[in-house]
Design a protein around this ligand. Structure first.
Ligand SMILES: [Zn+2]
Length: 89
């Protein structure tokens, strides 16, 4: 009450940063660990939705166009890889 606000923050600041940084780091790590399983779960429907690309030659499903290109190069090296637009549209 007797101390002005500016002087109060001056006296509390030197102690806080180290304490807050350590706590914030631990909290961030705990938060990241908590969020990790959620994010992993959320990718499952996303992956299923992305499985719409299929090889037109052997009908092997590909999760992405990149994978399909790799598949073409591996399984059908003599075939021309179709364009991404022709596969997704
Ligand atoms: Zn194929």
């Amino acid at each position: 009450m007797a101390l002005p606000p500016s002087r109060l923050s001056h006296t509390t600041l030197p102690q806080l940063p180290t304490m807050v940084r350590g706590a914030a780091k631990a909290q961030a790590q705990a938060k990241a660990a908590k969020n990790a399983p959620k994010e992993a779960k959320s990718t499952i429907p996303g992956r299923a939705a992305a499985l719409k690309l299929t090889c037109h030659i052997c009908r092997t499903p590909a999760p992405s166009y990149k994978t399909l290109v790799i598949h073409y190069e591996a399984k059908h090296p003599k075939e021309t890889v179709p364009s991404e637009a022709s596969l997704t549209s």
